[in-house]
Design a binder for this molecule. Structure first.
Ligand code: FAD
Length: 490
């Protein structure tokens, strides 16, 4: 055991970086040689801070518990506090007798404001305060067009990111001998007292079955992806029944693994595999990591991304208010099997496959004409990977109101999408079991099935499974008409 060190400690403020590996703030603190105290602040009161949704709170609980355990191995205690950052961080620094504080950056406008204000306060109090990039391959301000403006289109953004050369290599620091032991550690809340886990009712059974939050869970996901799934990624990533994607998104969201670690591990794997399909898959996979970067680029340069249309012409869009249609969508009872499968997968596991997210989101916005912000908020509450940048950026992409968005007039046919991307129906049958006995021909169009087919499959439309809540053809036309109103308003 290292001997206790009486010099004043450094604080590491953990936020969206709940890991020890490739954590620049933690590395900086550990390399300093002074005792290190980690802390996490549950701040649901500072102005503009968006409170976690239910599924994220569940994840956070387990992730913090895993982080505390891991930090113990390197002699870093984790202090848990609750409250507004502007008061609580300086208070904790005083209580710890800290000489400095480090953290990895966040990119939401409210967080940036808080961090800047805190840096000034802490420095004025005589403490050192430094921040690092722990979340992104490239800082949002490091990539700009020739004119020095932010990118609004993904492809040139990603080209510019790649043209900078390989992203920085990750640094392993978690397994080092660790820092010297702090002499005293300020009071910490009990994690359980934060009530992050649901209890009455406990709806988290499906989450527990599906996920292992924490750094070890993230590493296991990455190995599993590289060993088993990466080679088929380019070909099958759009097939929800094939489980070919990495499912690293919640681990990335909470920073249990760094994008640099993933980028380089995938590149190394593809290089050593030496197969052309793995190299193609690598390019596709890295581009998806690029979409995450692009979302943060947009959020940084357009801080109201989660509230305001990126394209202001959408401000006049004639959204409908329809609580019944919204409830049917959230419960997976729209009468469109692929959409319903997605919403039920989401409710049960806190996750939805990307292709199905696109179809389900498009259905809400275009078939039901409900405001994308209603869908974004539902995803925020129910996704374990609910992300301040990727969630609103993706919703705006689907709605057509975003930067580099899908054109509004391109309207997914939820039936055709099911037939194309889940042709054997494995995914849809799993999540909509009341349709499981239907033949493939009618699985995505039960309302068109002859009575005897429905009967032999045990399906009673309107009873065991809903009829479509809107007619696809009519809904499509209604959406196109609504879009026309935008054009005439231009
Ligand atoms: P993989 O295919 O294995 O991709 C690897 C990683 O790249 C992902 O973990 C993710 O971090 C990133 N990524 C992949 N696709 C995208 C994308 N289109 N945009 C941004 N990053 C991407 N992703 C979130 O992480 N959080 C969200 O809140 C979120 N909300 C979404 C809402 C809608 C309406 C849509 C259409 C997409 C949303 N996405 C979101 C993007 C995408 O669906 C998920 O990142 C992906 O399904 C995660 O699964 P995976 O880890 O297996 O992805």
């Amino acid at each position: 055991m290292p001997s206790p060190d009486t010099s004043s400690p450094l604080l590491v403020w953990f936020r969206d970086d709940l890991r020890t590996d490739d954590n620049p703030a933690l590395s900086a603190a550990l390399s300093d040689g002074r005792p290190v105290i980690g802390f996490y602040l549950l701040d649901e009161v500072s102005e503009g801070v968006r409170p976690f949704g239910g599924a994220s709170r569940w994840w956070l609980h387990h992730s913090l518990s895993a982080l505390a355990e891991r930090l113990t191995r390197i002699n870093v205690p984790l202090v848990l506090r609750q409250g507004g950052a502007l008061d609580e961080v300086p208070r904790l620094a005083r209580e710890a007798g800290a000489s400095g504080i480090v953290w990895n950056r966040r990119y939401e406008a409210a967080a940036i404001r808080l961090d800047a204000a805190l840096k000034s306060t802490l420095r004025a109090d005589g403490l050192s305060a430094e921040s690092f990039n722990g979340a992104l391959l490239v800082e949002p301000w490091e990539v700009a067009t020739k004119a020095g403006a932010p990118y609004k289109v993904f492809t040139p953004f990603f080209k510019a990111l790649v043209a900078r050369g390989e992203p920085a290599r990750p640094h392993a620091c978690g397994e080092r001998s660790g820092s010297s032991v702090p002499v005293s550690v300020p009071h910490s809340d009990e994690l359980g007292a934060w009530n992050l886990l649901p209890c009455a009712p406990d709806w988290a059974g499906g989450l527990r079955e599906t996920w292992t939050p924490g750094e070890d869970g993230a590493k296991a996901r990455l190995s599993d992806f590289l060993d088993i799934r990466l080679s088929g990624y380019a070909e099958h990533r759009d097939a929800p029944g094939k489980a070919t994607t990495s499912r690293l998104s919640p681990h990335l969201r909470f920073g249990e693994i760094s994008p640099r670690r993933i980028w380089h591990a995938a590149a190394f794997h593809a290089e050593t595999a030496g197969e052309p399909n793995t190299r193609t898959a690598l390019a596709k996979f890295q581009a998806e990591l690029g979409w995450r970067e692009f979302s943060y680029h947009l959020l940084f340069h357009f801080p109201t991304l989660d509230r305001q249309n990126f394209q202001p012409r959408f401000d006049g869009f004639p959204w409908k208010r329809d609580a019944g249609a919204f409830a049917a969508w959230t419960r997976g009872r729209t009468g469109y099997p692929l959409v319903d499968a997605g919403l039920r997968e989401l409710w049960h596991t806190g996750y939805m496959h990307n292709r199905v997210r696109m179809v389900a989101a498009s259905f809400l916005v275009k078939h039901l004409l409900l405001d994308w912000r209603e869908g974004e908020a539902w995803f925020w509450d129910t996704l374990v990977d609910a992300d301040p940048a990727s969630n609103p950026a993706s919703w705006q992409w689907v709605a057509g109101s975003g930067a580099d968005a899908a054109p509004y007039f391109r309207i997914f046919n939820p039936t055709g999408q099911g037939e194309k991307f889940d042709p054997e129906g494995h995914y849809t049958r799993k999540w909509v079991p009341e349709l499981a006995a239907l033949p493939n021909k009618f699985l995505f169009r039960p309302h068109e099935a002859p009575a005897e087919v429905l009967e032999s499959a045990g399906v009673r439309l309107g009873e065991t499974y809903p009829r479509p809540i809107v007619d696809h053809g009519k809904a499509r036309q209604r959406a196109l008409d609504a879009f026309e109103t935008l054009k005439t308003a231009e």
